[in-house]
Every structure is written in structure tokens, then in C-alpha cells.
Design a protein around this ligand. Sequence first.
Ligand code: UDP
Ligand code: MG
Length: 325
Amino acid sequence: MPAPTPELSLVIPCFNESRVLPLLRQRLLESLPKMNLTWEVILVDDGSGDDTFAQLAALHATDPRFKAISFSRNFGHQMAVFAGLSRATGEFVAVLDADLQDPPEFVATGVAKLREGYDVVYAVRRRRKENFLKRAAYAGFYRLLKAIAEVEIPLDSGDFCVMRQCVVAVLRTMPERDVFVRGLRAWSGFRQVGVEYERAARAAGETKYPLSKLLKLASDGLFAFSSLPLRLAIYLGFASLAVSLAGAAFLITWKFLNFQILGHSPSEVPGWTSLVSLILFLGGMQFLILGILGEFIRRVYAEVQQRPRWIVRAELGFSPEPRHD
Ligand code: UDP
Ligand code: MG
């Protein structure tokens, strides 16, 4: 007999987390029963090389409310979150890190807020417990993203959140490869609210996010939610074309009037005026054409991302039909 659908699903990606898993299990078993909800915990083993999966299997054997998904190799944190979301069935779905930096107790706060009528409650970090350099890099990144992104992505919030199933259903329809969960979540719309929390230090083990993975995550955010990098060429193209036309006009005038600037006149070097004018003009043209190509690439990129073109929150006056997916 299939188990009834739980009310709450927790999605937790785990990559080489064998040292934190016992602590995580203990914290979850302390905090979840206080919520008076039926629950499931979906642990996603992202191709760990240690005994993470063996521990998950043991956990499932003793308590089937703990479920596990195991990747064939390391596909990255964001993919692990997506895989977990794809199997989450609860009306409330929470995403948290395995290392207890995201306190499971926050989930209760989130669910209470959802019951007030929100669809997404995302956690906003009050203070980070990392070194100064890392904090400055994070702060800079989130502010840059906010400045250039085409959707409002809240500052200082990560993937830690509690959402309603309707939002998760939308995320599931998104087939893009380089996912940036917090961006797609913001993009999906619905009623969203941020709640501050104190981000703890990692409970055990080391970070699984080396600089290379962080840079990949940051570029996924910037490229998936801003077309500014592509449009840069068109702006530069217009600017340099304007400068080159003005420069060429000046050089030609100078050539004909043949006055001296800093002791030199254009007649000293034959061919100089035409050469420099041409270089300026062609440079500007190239930028402009690159920009036009960029605009086409942006459109192609948006097409292949295949995000839904609109998302319906509710419908009135239609015969009941199953929702998308
Ligand atoms: N993680 C993952 N795959 C990866 C890297 C990390 O599933 O390739 C998981 C990790 O197990 C943890 C979460 O993502 O649950 C966040 O990673 P971590 O705490 O190491 O990042 P940090 O907090 O240091 O930025
Ligand atoms: Mg962490």
C-alpha cells in the first residue's frame, strides 16, 4: 500500500557529508515532531565518495520517512536540490543544507508564515560566520546580481526556504541545465516573503563549495538572469561608433586646415588621417555588429531555456482540470 502523502517534505543535498549526517538526523528528529505534521525527508547524495549513501540507506531502513536519492556522480548542489524537489510531494516543501548551517527549526517558522497566505518563505541571512573576504565577495555578488538581474532576486538569501507545492510544481517544469534555484524561485512569482535568521557555522566537516564551484554558481546567476553581458557589446558599439565618427570628423578637418597640435601637423605623415579614421570607424562597426549578434544569441538562449511563458496562480470559472505536469 502506498504511504499517504506527507504534509511536509524536506529536501537536503548531501555531498560527502558522512560527518554531519548523525548530527543532522538527531536535529531533525528533535525538531520535526514538534511541528505536528506528517513529514518526509528527501536526502540527495550528490555522488559522494565517502559512506554518505550507506548512512542514508541505514537511515531509511530504520525510518522510511527518510528517503534517499543517489546520483551516479557529482552533479552539483543545485542539481541535487532540483532532483529532491522533483520527488517532493508535501504541500509544504523546505530546502536546506545538510551541514546544519540552516537550522531545521526555521522550517516551523516558514510553515507558519505560509499558512498566513504566502507561497514562498525564503530565509535571509542576518550575519555570516565566514571570513571577511568571503563575506565581502558574497555581499558584492548579491548586490551586482540585484543591480543587473531582470527579476527581483532578494539580497542575502540562498536556497534555504519553505515553499508551497504549487511553486515546486512550477520549478519542476523548468528544463534548463545550469539552474540557479534561488533565481528561478524568485522568477516564479507568487507571494514571497523573506524572514531573517542567524546562519550557524558548519556543524562538522569542511565546505563542499570550493571557489571554482562558487564561481560557477555566481556565473549561472548572472547569465541566467541578466542579458547585460550580451548587451554590453551593443552599448560599446554605439559609444565607440559615436566617438569614431566624431574623431574622424575632427581628423579630416585637421587634415584640411593643417594647423599644428603639439608641434605636429597631419601633412607630416601622409595617409595617417585616413588610416586612423578607418580604424576608428571599423572598430565601432565591429562592436555594433557583435552587439547585434549578442541580441540574437540572447533570444536563442531564452528560447532554449524553455521557461514557461507565464504561470497561473489560480483560475476561476473553469471546469476543474489537472494542473500542469
Ligand atoms: N553540496 C552538494 N553537492 C556539491 C557541493 C555541495 O550537494 O557538489 C551540498 C552540501 O552537502 C551541503 C550544501 O550543498 O549540504 C551546501 O554546501 P556547503 O555547506 O559545503 O557550502 P557552504 O555552506 O560552505 O557554502
Ligand atoms: Mg554550508
